[in-house]
Ligand binder design. Sequence first.
Ligand SMILES: Nc1ncnc2c1ncn2[C@@H]1O[C@H](COP(=O)(O)OP(=O)(O)O)[C@@H](O)[C@H]1O
Ligand SMILES: Cc1ncc(C[n+]2csc(CCOP(=O)(O)OP(=O)(O)O)c2C)c(N)n1
Ligand SMILES: [Mg+2]
Length: 341
Amino acid sequence: MPRTELSQLGEFGLIDRIKANTNLLNQTSLKGIGDDAAVIQTSSDFYQLISTDMLVEHIHFDLSFHPLQHLGYKAVAVNVSDIAAMNGIAEQITISLAISNRFSVEAVDALYQGIFAACQDYKVDLVGGDVTSSMSGLVISITAIGKVAPEQVVYRSGAKSGDILCVTGDLGGAYIGLQILQREKAEFLANPKMQPKLEERAYTVGRQLKPKARTDIIYELAELQVKPTAMIDISDGLASEVLHIATQSGVGVMLYEDKIPIDRETYEVAIDEFKLVPSVCAMNGGEDYELLFTIQQKDYEKIKNHDEISFIGYMTEDRSVNLITSGGQKVPITAQGWNHF
Ligand SMILES: Nc1ncnc2c1ncn2[C@@H]1O[C@H](COP(=O)(O)OP(=O)(O)O)[C@@H](O)[C@H]1O
Ligand SMILES: Cc1ncc(C[n+]2csc(CCOP(=O)(O)OP(=O)(O)O)c2C)c(N)n1
Ligand SMILES: [Mg+2]
């Protein structure tokens, strides 16, 4: 048997391969692999949404700078975010933990304090889970269950040529937060007397350690009677997510670099301290957990003055996905965001 390396397929190639071998046997499985959550027909009033995300020590978090309380909060928020990306609201979660005896009961309590704080903020109920021992790192796997009215469900695949590309909040902050935390850790290891200087970087560090799910936007869009044509949450970076929407919708994109929302702290720290281009942090950094969505032009008036929504481009008939740089150059977007392999 030949041996193929996972890195040859990449994370998305692997998922495509699993998907290609999957057969949906039940009529109630409306949407399987390929979106932010699966869509299940449970009643005629609501579709059920189900999504799973796992956080693995050393891959998704480093306990030397990620407080357990924040980690618990983040683990819930990233799952609630996937339900929001279907235009739905999460109502329940289950949590599976693989944990070693290097953790104390108090440490588990701290993790669950964060979990319960997020459950309160997003009004979700913890309804089950599993606990096993782990020989190595901590693993937190969460499944979120939510609901959406059938006529309100939004897939990655619904964008049409002419639709406006929108994004919530600002981007690149979580990546800069991670760079700061990793730098402070390295400095501390070199000189343990050193105290990390994080106070002036509270925004970006907070974006990495304790992201929020944009459920607020889902409620507001419903109130304004705007149904996005396509939507995804930003876990791997703007470039990667824009490509998912374009590919699955069969359209192209013109994305304007100078319209990408970037917070001042993110911008300044990227340039001054890391010599990084801020828009590249937004495109490829990931973990911002903002919502990227498309709307019909007729809906623009309803949200054009919304403080938390930026209009960053539009969808095109021609299927190419392009960035228009601040200098006016058109360059193809190739996903360089987070890829697990
Ligand atoms: N091991 C797997 N088996 C089956 N489906 C998977 C697997 N891993 C991911 N998926 C599915 O692939 C799609 C994309 O996954 P992912 O990129 O992790 O989404 P997201 O970034 O929204 O969490 C989702 O529909 C997810 O359920
Ligand atoms: C210690 C550490 N290393 C690296 C990262 C950066 N990082 C880890 S996972 C990830 C992308 C998102 O994770 P993924 O499992 O792909 O989420 P999904 O797309 O499935 O929601 C990023 C940017 C981090 N947060 N912490
Ligand atoms: Mg997602």
